[in-house]
Design a protein around this ligand. Structure first.
Ligand code: ZN
Length: 63
């Protein structure tokens, strides 16, 4: 049995991802960049399709 392995990488944590993020226009939660948005990240405003559509369901634009 061995106690500790004297060898190993130093306590250095490398960020898994260095992706941009921004708040969802619907739920307000920050969401991270996704591969599928690589071409339209600038236009993405919602974290998911649910949020994108969710707005119409609960708040009809009727005045
Ligand atoms: Zn959202």
């Amino acid at each position: 049995m061995g106690g500790r392995n004297g060898k190993g990488p130093p306590g250095r944590r490398v960020a898994k991802t260095n992706l941009p993020s921004k708040p969802c226009a619907s739920c307000g939660r920050p969401f991270s960049w996704r591969k599928k948005w690589e071409r339209c990240w600038d236009e993405v405003r919602f974290c998911s399709d649910r949020c994108r559509r969710g707005r119409q369901a609960s708040s009809p634009a009727v005045e």
